[in-house]
Design a protein around this ligand. Sequence first.
Ligand SMILES: C[S@@+](CC[C@H](N)C(=O)[O-])C[C@H]1O[C@@H](n2cnc3c(N)ncnc32)[C@H](O)[C@@H]1O
Length: 270
Amino acid sequence: MTTVREELAAATDALAEVGCDTPRLDAELLLARVLGTDRAGLVMAARDEVSGEHRTRYLALLTRRVKREPIAYILGRRDFRRLTLVVDPRVLIPRPETELLVEVGLELPQGIRVADIGTGSGAVALALKDERPDLHVIGVDRSEGALSVARMNASRLRLQVEWWLGDLLDAVRCEAVLANLPYVPDGEQLPPEVGVYEPRQALFGGADGLDLVRRLVAQAGARDGLSLIALEIGAGQAPTVMRLLTEAGFREVESRRDLAGIERVVLGRR
Ligand SMILES: C[S@@+](CC[C@H](N)C(=O)[O-])C[C@H]1O[C@@H](n2cnc3c(N)ncnc32)[C@H](O)[C@@H]1O
């Protein structure tokens, strides 16, 4: 029999050896899930023995993480702003930097129609509806699987969002657009958690990563009544995207930096 402390030490070593970024944290999250507790509970239980059945279940989860499956897919959950979202391999795992897009949404005028284009798990649409219930929020994705996850999250969280299966703005009438579309340049090397496990259609956006952004900006520029667009982008893409917005007729074009200092969101108004 091994104790909680010994299981965690062995698991941390195994995860560090295969290159996981946060081996101790991951080992704790998985054991806490199996034991039905939280990380503080593990500290209290450090000297307790782990039963055979719990150990078997723990090793099964650990094996998945050793193969570099993301912890959020293994646990089936990811926190985003005030919400806990269900996630699975049909959707991108929401990232902390995407909260910036929600923050732009919080500044929108009262009661307008706002679309989250490429909604995935529904993270941006649902967080916005949660924090600004006055807005009419629409979530669009071209993946049926992603929309199923978004709908499931909306129903669990009891948040009213209109969902559409479609290509970019095709099916949607709105006054503001928020979008975290795929923006990774084709062929870019990604860590296994991302490149092997997350959906390709959520990641790659053509040779320079901006194929979908270009199409969306062109569509938005041609739409009457659309007064704001905000786009999440990758490192180094801000100058190109700011120029695209200016050429499409948007004014007051600006970029906002994430906590790492990267220009992460570009927005324009009309
Ligand atoms: C980077 S993920 C973002 C998911 C979510 N908004 C988030 O921030 O966690 C991009 C999403 O855009 C969707 N997508 C890709 N091309 C699209 C298109 N042409 N029209 C609508 N959605 C698209 C993908 O299916 C994927 O769910």
